[in-house]
Design a protein around this ligand. Structure first.
Ligand SMILES: Cc1cc2nc3c(=O)[nH]c(=O)nc-3n(C[C@H](O)[C@H](O)[C@H](O)COP(=O)(O)OP(=O)(O)OC[C@H]3O[C@@H](n4cnc5c(N)ncnc54)[C@H](O)[C@@H]3O)c2cc1C
Length: 388
């Protein structure tokens, strides 16, 4: 029997598996994932600030995925396209007939000297839980140390995940201060933005509102302040030093570490894909492979710029990749991927948010405040329904 192998159980991989199962192909469907569980990446910031329990944003794969799917819990270390095999850390080489690579993103910490080990990235559920316990530890330390840097949190990054994290954190801070007996008024949140302001390319009116929302709640913005290196308890912007005993790293992602060792054409470890999501080298070489989700780089045909990574993009790519595998298996052709964005929805704590919604004609509607919360709940439900 032929084998369709799906790597990664994030939104992209699980939605692809769901679509494949629905078509009941005459093939084994194998899902490989490093952890025995899925986590909702778009809600990691809630866990990091201690608002949401990890169990609320994760589920066990073997209990949830269709029992007809072979679930392998192991780490992918490399892909050998020529012999059509994936190398797994414990299980060695496993062969495939068709491959959907949905290995997601990795932290950009290796790009900045000293960042690895001294900052808290927010890429995996383990990262989010580490951030949470770190914050609780420094607040506990403050009693003995009376060190003001224990009450200072530096957030490096100015994109959506940095903003979502800061807004969630601001909401939690009074409760954390009370719980750990530290003076709430002395706690500080600093945002290091490499651009003149956060969300630099987002809707200017909504960005202004977000700046006001965060600024009025105490966030100090450091504009044009790209962090150049990190030491324990300190970030450096050029030759300026800034001390903080919690440093959160939300500077965007690069693709999986598997990419550079597997011979792909890549940009920041994201695989550049063709318009049917097959890989660029596929001319006669790797035609049975599709790359989707955060590990892929999909150029927008209108301007050539790579679409920003998002769960909605990952889910739509999974539809296309699954359809392409099934079509190839039946001797058919592949389909072109067309992204239909519905806009951007950004949570700001548990009760607020902003949204820039896009209709099919490319017209935008802006929303902000409490009413966006309903949209966020719907979006999270849509993400979950897409994968289970
Ligand atoms: C804080 C935050 C908030 C976000 N908010 C939104 C939002 O509101 N809306 C939106 O659309 N997007 C949002 N995003 C982006 C969205 O979460 C990602 O684009 C989406 O998760 C990508 O899905 P994916 O399946 O490609 O990757 P992932 O969800 O990262 O899944 C990758 C999977 O592969 C596994 N894996 C990785 N490496 C290996 C390996 N070597 N071997 C085996 N398994 C491996 C991982 O464990 C994981 O299960 C947010 C992201 C973050 C970090």
């Amino acid at each position: 029997m032929r084998r369709i192998m799906v790597l990664g159980a994030g939104y992209a991989g699980l939605h692809a598996v769901k679509q494949l199962v629905a078509q009941n192909p005459n093939a084994e469907i194998m899902l490989v994932n490093r952890d025995p569980y899925h986590y909702d990446t778009a809600r990691l910031h809630e866990v990091a600030v201690g608002r949401t329990d990890p169990s609320e944003i994760s589920f066990n794969l073997r209990e949830t995925v269709n029992p007809g799917v072979t679930v392998v819990i192991d780490e992918v270390t490399r892909i050998d396209h020529d012999i059509r095999a994936v190398e797994l850390r414990r299980n060695g080489l496993v062969f495939y007939d068709y491959l959907i690579n949905a290995l997601g993103g990795a932290s950009s910490t290796p790009d900045v000297p000293g960042a690895t080990g001294n900052v808290l990235p927010l890429i995996t559920l383990n990262d989010a839980m580490s951030a949470r316990s770190h914050i609780e530890r420094v607040l506990t330390d403050y009693h003995l140390s009376q060190n003001p840097y224990d009450l200072r949190i530096a957030v490096c990054g100015d994109g959506f995940s940095a903003v979502a994290f800061m807004a969630a954190l601001l909401y939690q801070l009074p409760g954390l201060a009370k719980q750990f007996g530290v003076p709430a008024e002395r706690m500080e949140v600093h945002c290091f933005a490499s651009n003149p302001k956060p969300l630099y390319r987002f809707d200017p009116k909504l960005t202004e509102w977000i700046m006001e929302y965060l600024g009025s709640r105490g966030v100090v913005f450091h504009a044009n302040s790209r962090v150049t290196h990190v030491e324990p308890g300190a970030v450096f912007v050029g030759n300026q030093t800034f001390h903080a005993n919690t440093i959160v790293w939300a500077t965007g992602i690069r693709g999986s570490q598997v990419v550079p060792v597997s011979g792909y054409a890549q940009k920041f470890s994201r695989v550049i894909v063709r318009d049917d999501l097959s890989v660029v080298e596929a001319d006669g070489g790797w035609p049975r492979e599709f790359v989707i989700g955060d590990v892929s780089a999909v150029p927008n045909p209108q301007n050539g710029r790579v679409y920003p990574a998002s769960a909605q993009l990952a889910i739509q790519q999974a539809d296309c990749a699954a359809a392409n595998v099934l079509s190839l298996m039946q001797g058919g052709r592949t389909f072109r991927f067309v992204f239909r964005p519905y806009g951007t929805i950004l949570p700001l704590g548990p009760h607020s948010g902003v949204a820039q919604l896009e209709d099919s004609r490319g017209n935008y509607t802006r929303l902000k405040g409490a009413k966006v919360r309903l949209l966020i709940n719907r979006m999270n439900k849509y993400f979950r329904d897409s994968i289970v």
